[in-house]
Design a protein around this ligand. Structure first.
Ligand SMILES: [Zn+2]
Ligand SMILES: [Zn+2]
Length: 230
């Protein structure tokens, strides 16, 4: 960002300057208005939309807003073939309040799962950025090997959520995810951390979480790199 050529993709000074400080909704990770932090509702930590319709996760935690300058950087990570940036982003996520705790709560049979890409998308991109993030998070939190990119499957090639209006996003991802039928028992009573790089409205994350819940997962925490500001 400052072009000072650090060893990391972004230097510590730029992280401090550009990472937003504030509380996010525990349902969809949208940044809550500052005024809310001092109001009577400060204990609930949910936005109006999540109060009306609570998401099927214990909580969703995000590091960044998907906005300037991070959106460009995340775009390069995804489309510019930079899977090597995943450990850096995982390090940022571990600084987010609640993330270390959510990972520390995982037992040795619990799982860190990425939101899967469709076969078609995986073929054109070459890697799944959420899977790279999940592996880096597992590695950095002492859960290496507790990840899988083949347990939760994307069985429908959907349009990118960012191209759609809010109302169309739920329809777009309906029926998009499925658990490998041969591995259903691996989820019974398990704690799952679900990882993605960008959350738009939460529709993909919530739909995937509902599928895991239906398969018997007992607790699901969403850990996402970024959240669109609206
Ligand atoms: Zn910098
Ligand atoms: Zn919310």
């Amino acid at each position: 960002m400052c072009r000072s050529w650090p060893a990391e993709p972004v230097c510590a000074a730029c992280v401090a300057r550009f990472a937003p400080v504030g509380l996010r909704c525990l349902g969809c990770a949208i940044l809550l208005p500052v005024g809310l932090l001092h109001g009577p509702a400060s204990g609930s930590r949910l936005c109006a939309s999540c109060i009306r319709q609570p998401p099927p996760l214990d909580s969703t935690l995000a590091a960044l807003d998907y906005a300037y300058p991070w959106s460009a950087l995340i775009g390069t990570f995804k489309f510019g073939n930079q899977p090597g940036w995943a450990p850096f982003f995982a390090g940022m996520l571990l600084q987010v309040p609640g993330v270390r705790q959510a990972l520390a709560e995982l037992g040795q049979n619990d799982l860190i799962l990425p939101i899967p890409l469709s076969k078609e998308r995986l073929q054109t991109r070459g890697f799944n950025q959420a899977w790279e993030l999940a592996k880096a998070l597992a590695q950095q939190s002492g859960h290496a090997g507790q990840t899988s990119s083949t347990l939760l499957l994307r069985v429908k090639n959907t349009r990118p959520q960012t191209e759609l209006k809010r109302e169309a996003r739920l329809d777009n991802v309906r029926g998009a995810f499925q658990v490998d039928p041969l591995r259903l028992t691996q989820l019974k009573g398990r704690r799952v951390v679900l990882v993605d790089d960008v959350v738009t409205s939460g529709a993909s994350l919530f739909t995937a979480a509902a599928v895991l819940q239906a398969a018997g997962a007992a607790h699901i925490t969403g850990i996402v790199l970024s959240r669109t500001p609206q």
